[in-house]
Design a protein around this ligand. Structure first.
Ligand code: SF4
Ligand code: SF4
Length: 230
């Protein structure tokens, strides 16, 4: 059976003459801690979160305990230990800090969104018009603010397939076929801490970049020209 210590409440009433209400003492045990926030003066623990789901909205309920710890030497020592641990781990490196040669997991796992500027840069790079690039290589999907106009197509309709501009026969041999003109989304993608890295690849392997991506119609024209020489 749980006992509740009401001595402090009674003492407060005795000293101040003000009534206290024992039912306002939340005695629910702190079972599951969801979040801890520590500032220079306060520690706040969010706990016992519960989500009540409806079809159209969720009700999220949690308890929150907040304490001004900087007057409490025991707490100051405990938080000092957490800070010491943070200092100890300060120079820990993430598991991945650079892309192994030929890895392109992110070129199939994600769909890079493209802005008008991205489409124009790719068009200039491929010597095509904006409309040609948009039609052949972009799935239209305008963002709410109008900045993005869509995302780059995959080689087929499967969203998990390779980016249409990815070249190379397999992981370890992949390379971006429009690298200098790749979208801003691809430029922003960082290998630091990347969890998609193909860990089977050697970091010392030789990586050769092949021919750049060539638009289909130009390829056909090129092939046609070659054929006519024979
Ligand atoms: S390591 Fe990550 S960011 Fe680099 S190519 Fe592989 S998946 Fe992309
Ligand atoms: S444009 Fe290049 S870097 Fe971006 S997803 Fe496609 S192949 Fe990868």
């Amino acid at each position: 059976m749980q006992t509740i210590d009401l001595t402090k409440l009674r003492a407060f009433t005795r000293e101040t003459g003000q009534p206290t209400h024992p039912e306002m003492l939340d005695t629910t045990p702190m079972e599951h801690v969801n979040e801890i926030e520590i500032t220079e003066e306060h520690i706040t623990v969010t706990y016992n979160e519960r989500i009540n789901r409806s079809y159209n909205a969720n009700e999220i309920v949690h308890r929150e305990w907040s304490y001004k710890y900087n007057d409490d030497p025991e707490f100051v020592r405990a938080i000092g230990k957490v800070i010491d641990l943070a200092r100890k781990h300060l120079k820990d490196l993430p598991e991945n800090i650079a892309c192994p040669p030929g890895c392109a997991e992110c070129c199939s796992g994600y769909e890079p969104f493209v802005s008008r500027g991205d489409v124009q840069r790719i068009a200039d790079h491929l010597h095509l018009t904006y409309d040609q690039v948009f039609k052949d290589y972009v799935v239209p999907r305008k963002s709410a603010d109008g900045f993005y106009v869509g995302y780059l197509r995959k080689v087929d309709d499967d969203i998990a397939s390779k980016c249409i501009f990815l070249k190379g026969p397999r992981s370890g041999k992949y390379y971006c076929g429009i690298y200098p003109a790749r979208p801003g989304d691809c430029r922003d993608f960082s290998p630091i801490g990347c969890e998609d890295v193909d860990t089977s690849l050697s970091r010392n392997a030789r990586h050769e970049i092949g021919a750049p991506f060539m638009p289909r119609h130009r390829k056909q024209a090129h092939n046609g020209k070659r054929r006519s020489r024979r």
